[in-house]
Ligand binder design. Structure first.
Ligand code: UD1
Ligand code: MG
Length: 453
């Protein structure tokens, strides 16, 4: 099927009170417009035409990787005027879905339903029954059939009683858009070219207007200010948590969880409060995620325990690993099974093989650590000489004493032991003890200085 998606995104968003154009405000970590573009891609839209106005270059730049056609609406003369701007590039065959850059959460399921309903009649729309319809366009029906949309400001007292509202989302045959849009007039209460007027035109042409309602009300909610944005964020997060609970995730509190991206999980995953998941993360079964933990583009295998306030970014973690509390895994980290990473340990671009333990205050950067090695408290890999980064290699079953500095490039052989407090600058052979300390000086019966009066 050849569907064009038209996205209206020319509005100023004054009420956001922000330097950032409204459609670039983030919801669940992604710009509002990004959600709509993502949905258009899920629908396999043949073209995505976005109407921009305010903050144009900024908006275009944020989506330069996407296959979007941009059409400018210099002056915002109404929703009908906005869609008129697409006519020079709009195909004459197929259908268009008309969406909004500030209505981010409409789902592909709902839009597919709309597409299907509209195929039969040539035009369809999404409506919603609400308790408080003030401000919205009202759906005027006669004998059940949609006759017109009347804007709140143009509506009679009687029409204002109607609680079925226009969401603004339509699916229309392109040939009809070419026919109807040039006929719009701005003789109405707001002096705008209303897109809604195409509905009355369709009725005049003897067409029936198909209509559907969304599965979830928030799908058709727009964002005009930060309060609506925050409400929509919470509604979306709640929905994501519900979805994850259905997959077998237990939450200490689903209201205190944020997924800003995608997450796949096994069963019996326990997520404590205030956990943030970003990018694309994968978590196996029987994994515990402690309070305040942040995972970004992380892959965590089964039976692993992540203790509170741990940050994991672009790392791969094996099974039965224990991490944290207060640990930080930076990009390029790979922890094999049974590794233990304790508090205030930072690991970057390093591979720790099975059973390695680094339990306290350590920095491992650009390192390879062999199986079952023990990295003592306060060990630092000195990987940076001020200009270049160098590698540290530690063989299996090595023991690095506390507070040691391993000055890279360096290699510690398997089974080697480094004495506490050493600054190691030369390679250490296998099964060898190396330490580097000045001699201990002792002064017997030493008197500490007295405070001067
Ligand atoms: C519109 C509908 C109304 C519906 C409501 C749902 C019309 C005439 N009315 O009203 O029936 O109930 O949406 O929220 O369509 N925009 C442009 N260029 C313009 C004008 C608007 O790009 O010249 C964009 C805005 O950025 C916004 C969207 O279109 O994303 C809707 O515009 P807005 O003025 O908020 O429409 P409403 O008056 O609320
Ligand atoms: Mg308006």
């Amino acid at each position: 099927m050849s569907t064009t998606v038209i996205i209206l995104a020319a509005g100023k968003g004054t009420r956001m009170r922000s330097q950032l154009p409204k459609v670039l405000q983030p919801l669940a970590g992604q710009p509002l417009l990004g959600h709509v573009v993502e949905t258009a891609k899920q629908l396999k839209a043949r073209r995505i035409i976005t109407i921009f106005g305010h903050g144009g270059a900024h908006v275009q730049n944020a989506f330069k990787e996407e296959n979007i056609e941009w059409v400018e609406q210099k002056e915002q003369l109404g929703t009908g005027h906005a869609v008129q701007m697409t006519l020079p590039v709009l195909p004459t065959d197929g259908f268009s879905l008309i969406l909004y850059g500030d209505v981010p959460l409409v789902s592909s399921e709902t839009l597919n339903k709309l597409l299907e309903a509209s195929q039969k009649t040539g035009i369809g729309m999404i409506t919603l029954n609400v308790d408080e319809p003030t401000g919205y366009g009202r759906i005027v029906r006669s004998h059940g059939q949609i006759q017109a949309i009347v804007e709140h400001k143009d509506a009679s007292e009687e029409q204002r009683q109607i609680t079925e509202i226009n969401t603004g989302i339509y699916c229309v045959e392109n040939s009809k858009l070419h026919e109807w849009l040039p006929q719009l007039s701005n003789e109405n209460a707001q002096g705008e070219y209303y897109l809604t007027d195409i509905v009355a035109m369709a009725v005049q042409d003897g067409l029936e207007i198909a209509s559907i309602q969304p599965k979830l009300a928030y799908e058709v909610e727009g964002v005009n200010d930060r309060i609506q944005l925050a409400n929509l964020e919470r509604a979306f997060q709640r929905q994501q948590a519900i979805h994850l609970m259905r997959e077998g995730v237990a939450f200490a509190d689903p209201e205190r969880f944020d997924l800003r991206g995608t997450l796949t999980t096994g069963q019996d995953v326990y997520i404590d409060i205030n956990v943030i998941i970003e990018g694309h993360c994968e978590i196996g079964s029987n994994v515990e995620i402690g309070a305040g933990t942040i995972l970004k583009d992380a892959k965590i295998a089964s039976n692993t325990k992540i203790q509170p306030y741990t940050i994991i970014d672009n790392a791969v973690v094996g099974e039965k690993v224990i991490i944290g509390p207060f640990a930080r895994l930076r990009p390029g980290t790979q922890l094999d099974n049974d590794v233990h990473i304790g508090n205030f340990v930072e690991v970057k671009n390093s591979h720790l093989e099975k059973g390695v333990k680094a339990n306290h205050f350590t920095y491992l950067g650009d390192a390879e650590v062999g199986t079952e090695s023990n990295i003592g408290a306060g060990t630092i890999t000195c990987n940076y000489d001020g200009v270049n980064k160098h590698k540290t290699k530690i063989g299996s079953s090595a023991f690095i004493g506390s507070n040691s500095s391993l000055v890279a490039p360096i290699s510690i052989g398997k089974g080697a032991t480094v004495g506490a407090g050493s600054v190691i600058t030369r390679d250490v052979p296998e099964n060898t003890l190396a330490f580097e300390r000045s001699q201990q000086i002792e002064k017997a019966n030493y008197q500490r200085p007295q405070k001067t009066k």
